[in-house]
Design a protein. Structure first.
Length: 184
């Protein structure tokens, strides 16, 4: 008599149970915003709030906190995250900036107002940790120095981080608007 039930790869089974189609060696998400809700998103604000709910904060063994996205996140959110990373490998700061952008877009009625409230980390230690976390961030620093001619190192680092946050916020907005257009 054959065993009944599913006795395959545990990872594939876990993904399949969450509605994710599996293929040999690759995992393809099939769940989208459309699958989750029968109606179209009413506003950019509500879509941002919906996406924000898929972020969860975790703690590493060393006590450092970081954001990640739950496994049941819709494909559009996954694509938004990829686009906001802009050729950078997955990065804790990018995830934090994306989550912050979604939170801000869900709380502001006018998306244009958000760009005015973006702020860099006020602490030098936070800024240097941000800079050292990825070698590609030197390019943000170079752009800030060339464009704004800062007075000192702290201002240069602040402007560089502000520049990255602004890029992420704009990318998030573009992705949200693209998703909204798809559902109209």
């Amino acid at each position: 008599m054959k065993n009944k039930g599913w006795y395959g790869n545990r990872m594939q089974h876990g993904l399949a149970s969450r509605g994710i189609k599996t293929k040999t060696g690759e995992y393809v998400r099939e769940k989208t915003y459309k699958d989750e809700f029968e109606y179209k998103p009413e506003s950019l604000q509500k879509l941002a709030g919906f996406y924000e709910k898929f972020f969860t904060k975790k703690k590493r063994d060393n006590g450092e906190e970081f954001w990640l996205v739950t496994d049941d996140a819709p494909e559009e959110l996954t694509e938004l995250i990829r686009e906001a990373h802009d050729d950078m490998f997955p990065d804790d700061y990018k995830y934090e900036f994306i989550r912050d952008a979604l939170s801000d877009y869900s709380n502001f009625e006018e998306p244009d107002e958000i760009m005015e409230v973006i702020e860099a980390d006020p602490y030098t230690a936070g800024l240097t940790h941000w800079l050292a976390s990825n070698i590609n961030r030197v390019y943000y620093l170079t752009e800030a120095i060339e464009e704004f001619e800062p007075k000192d190192g702290f201002q240069a680092l602040s402007l560089a981080q502000y520049r990255e946050k602004s890029d992420v916020y704009q990318s998030v907005r573009n992705s949200l608007e693209k998703t909204m257009e798809e559902y109209q």
